[in-house]
Design a protein around this ligand. Structure first.
Ligand SMILES: Nc1ncnc2c1ncn2[C@@H]1O[C@H](COP(=O)(O)OP(=O)(O)OP(=O)(O)O)[C@@H](O)[C@H]1O
Length: 740
């Protein structure tokens, strides 16, 4: 599959490697971010604020996040139909979107790209049949200007879109139209929760559209529970590092909520502070976003942080910003983006209109919990104050929090309500692995955790789990984790942005630095007999300057009597999934069941390295699940490696991306690969001035970096060395290969 022969001659040094067409997104994002002339006040100020502080939360939303899929084990080729995607490229072309969820699928991700108005609807299967698959149909218009959108875009929407475009938010017109379509069309399915996260870029934060109405129609032909046509559909460029999901739309189950909020996040500082060691949390000062951003009263309600409910507009409580700062600790200068709250009374501030039922609910839970759940998380009796949402995955949301001793952590919350016990227990396994990996420097450290459903662990421990039982209450798993500043996906995005603007070439030392850390992190888990199964840039986090591995949600331990893991389902993130992960549980040519093992993780690492080098994953151009499935599982397919200045890099990628998993290098070998440990000139001993090898080295010059040239030179050197031996002592027998 990999094309190892025909290594390209080393190109001229410093030849820039540029991303292909795909980086248009990035460029447009960056260029747009510099325009501020016509930005509405509030957006401009929010922008400025985010420029000063770039929390991960803001970063999180900017880069498209490759999303994990899970397809059930049985007859994968059929189940594949549960995932579809689409790209509409031509202006004015209406593209039918089709997708189906077979059986019990509960998550559909819709990624809508900026720039070319592409939308991808991906419905993978997960095991939670408690959630009624919603039926949603319609058509997404791919028109460049969105005016003809069959989402029924209103003039106001177009104005808002224009404002957003002008205001350097990295949001596409299609995103906005989709947001509005979802908001305005209304959705009737009571059991469906439709959530859109519009991701507005590092500097501005997240844009979400809150709409608590039910979903009735969704002007697209996304179908749940129907049949799926995958042919002739395309997937958006979710491979490009700079084009991770800008917008994610997921149908995840029981409540219906589309949210629009500007997370102004930890951007402002107040002088109110709490000294470390004091029992209470930092004093909070609250003011509305309007006060901060200078939103004019006549601004449209959306801009004023209002959300539309059934009867009219109401202020979105999330639109109010609270400030909290602890001056006692240098690192604690973050300000929380908290729901509106009067600091003196601990009650919602008057500018946050909360419906009576909602407010009484909040009051009740506050009374019961003796702390404000809008402000704090409680894990094992300890309070952690929310500082803003920093990420969300398929199953969880992750918040930046501050503990009472003023340490910053990430808190991962997995909601268990509605899940069956085995699924819920599956989430607990991440805790198990993190506990096992405690003290390992390149793995994210678990500080504390709590599974609020005590029966779950109890029944699991006693092997008395009722597999059909579902969790009814608002139970959660909380994990308090070391806090990571930025993930590799965002770092890559920034790196490519820099390279595009400065015309730099790929920075080999930068590559080596992070590649080695990635290898070491994965080596750590492999040594512990754990296969991660979901390696991707978003799952490597930079913590105090070092890369650490996160998200063991689908990791699996290798049993002691084998080297592979058995999976009930195809799992992973499409662009990084190995051939065997795609074909998991199918039979190979010899009738053996195809299994995954450590080499599956190596493949994923190869895809990440490829992405670091070329700016896109190796199968990026295959857009649909089917297309990807076909090409990745075809062992005759040759991955294209464009020439790079150091051909060892190509060799390295090929070692990871060998189709046959037995041919893939293992991590200890990869750590010794000449790209990481350049050794060519040192391979040969020092020569005298007129030694043929010295002359050869001089002649070969820069071609030394070509692995093939190096190999031939080494062979030649051996021949010369042996011939020299013979010259010195003619009685020595010359081996046939030397004579040749
Ligand atoms: N310790 C952390 N510090 C900072 N950010 C974090 C941390 N853990 C997770 N995140 C952010 O939250 C995102 C989601 O976290 P995680 O991958 O653990 O969730 P998940 O539900 O398992 O995601 P998925 O299933 O989609 O891969 C990460 O990509 C990262 O951006």
């Amino acid at each position: 599959m990999s094309r190892r022969a025909d290594l390209p001659p080393p190109p001229a040094l410093n030849q820039p490697i540029r991303p292909s067409a795909a980086d248009a997104n990035l460029t447009s994002t960056s260029s747009s971010s510099s325009s501020s002339t016509s930005t509405p006040d509030f957006l401009r100020q929010a922008h400025a604020v985010f420029k000063r502080h770039k929390p991960l939360g803001g970063v999180e939303s900017k880069v498209r996040r490759a999303t994990r899929v899970l397809v059930p084990q049985t007859e994968p080729s059929k189940n594949i139909t549960s995932l579809s995607s689409i790209t509409g490229k031509e202006t004015g072309k209406t593209v039918p979107l089709k997708g189906a969820v077979l059986g019990t699928r509960k998550v559909m991700n819709v990624a809508i790209d900026q720039g070319d108005n592409r939308a991808s609807f991906a419905a993978g299967l997960q095991e939670d049949s408690s959630l009624t698959p919603p039926s949603v149909t319609g058509t997404l218009d791919a028109a460049g200007d969105n005016k003809a959108s069959s989402f029924g875009l209103q003039k106001a929407d177009i104005d808002l879109l224009a404002d957003i475009k002008k205001s350097s938010l990295a949001v596409s017109s299609s995103q906005v139209s989709a947001l509005h379509a979802l908001k305005d069309d209304g959705m009737k399915k009571e059991n469906a929760r439709f959530q859109i996260e519009g991701c507005l870029g590092t500097q501005v934060g997240n844009l979400e559209l809150h709409d608590h109405r039910n979903i009735e129609t969704f002007g697209t032909s996304i179908k749940f529970g129907g049949t799926t046509t995958l042919e002739n559909t395309e997937e958006p460029k979710n491979d490009q590092i700079f084009a991770e999901p800008m917008t994610r739309c997921s149908v995840v189950g029981s409540s219906c909520a589309t949210t629009l909020s500007v997370h102004t996040g930890p951007t402002l500082q107040s002088t109110h502070a709490q000294l470390a060691g004091q029992t209470a949390f930092p004093t909070q000062v609250s003011c509305s976003a309007r006060e901060i951003s200078g939103i004019k009263d006549h601004a449209p309600p959306e801009e004023q942080g209002a959300v539309k409910n059934g009867s009219g507009w109401q202020i979105d409580p999330q639109h109010n910003v609270h400030l909290a700062k602890n001056v006692n600790r240098g690192g604690c200068d973050d300000v929380s983006c908290l729901p509106s709250q009067d600091p003196s009374t601990n009650r919602p501030s008057p500018n946050a209109e909360v419906g009576p039922s909602q407010s009484s609910k909040v009051e009740k839970s506050r009374h019961k919990k003796k702390y404000d759940p809008n402000v704090f998380f409680k894990v094992n009796g300890k309070l952690y104050q929310k500082l803003g949402k920093i990420g969300s995955g398929g199953s969880s949301e992750v918040h930046k929090v501050i503990s009472s001793d003023c340490s910053i952590y990430a808190l991962k919350k997995i909601k268990l309500k509605g899940r069956d016990y085995p699924t819920a227990y599956g989430f607990c396994q991440e805790i198990e692995y993190l506990n096992k990996l405690k003290g390992k420097r390149n793995i994210i450290q678990l500080i504390d955790y709590e599974v609020t459903d005590k029966n779950l662990l109890h029944e699991a421990a006693n092997d008395s789990m009722n597999k059909d039982k579902r969790i009814k209450d608002d139970e959660c798993i909380y994990m308090v984790l070391e806090y990571g500043e930025i993930d590799l996906a965002h770092m890559l995005s920034q790196k490519w942005k820099e390279m595009n603007t400065s015309g730099w070439t790929i920075d080999e030392n930068w590559l080596r630095f992070y590649w080695q850390q990635m290898l070491e992190a994965v080596n750590t888990i492999h040594e512990e007999r754990i296969v991660h199964s979901d390696l991707k840039p978003a799952n490597f986090l930079l913590v105090r300057g070092s890369l650490k591995l996160i998200d063991f949600g689908i990791a699996k331990a290798i049993m002691s009597d084998t080297t592979n893991i058995q999976r009930d389902a195809q799992v992973g993130t499409l662009n990084y999934m190995s051939p065997e992960a795609f074909m998991c549980n199918e039979r190979d040519a010899n009738g053996n069941t195809i299994k995954c093992g450590r080499s599956s993780d190596i493949w994923s690492l190869g895809c990440i390295l490829y992405q670091m080098v070329y700016g896109k994953t190796p199968f990026a151009e295959y857009k649909t699940f089917w297309a990807k499935f076909k090409v990745v599982t075809d062992k005759n397919h040759e991955i294209v490696y464009e020439p790079v200045s150091n051909p060892w890099l190509i060799d390295l990628m090929q070692r990871c991306l060998a189709w046959d998993r037995n041919e893939r290098w293992r991590i200890p070998q990869l750590l010794e690969h000449p790209f990481l440990v350049p050794r060519l000139p040192r391979e040969l001993p020092p020569f005298g001035d007129n030694h043929p090898c010295k002359l050869l080295v001089e002649k070969v010059g820069t071609y030394w970096s070509d692995p093939e040239v190096a190999r031939l030179c080494s062979a030649l050197h051996e021949v010369i060395a042996k011939l020299e031996k013979v010259q010195k002592d003619p009685t020595v027998t010359v081996e046939p290969n030397v004579a040749q």
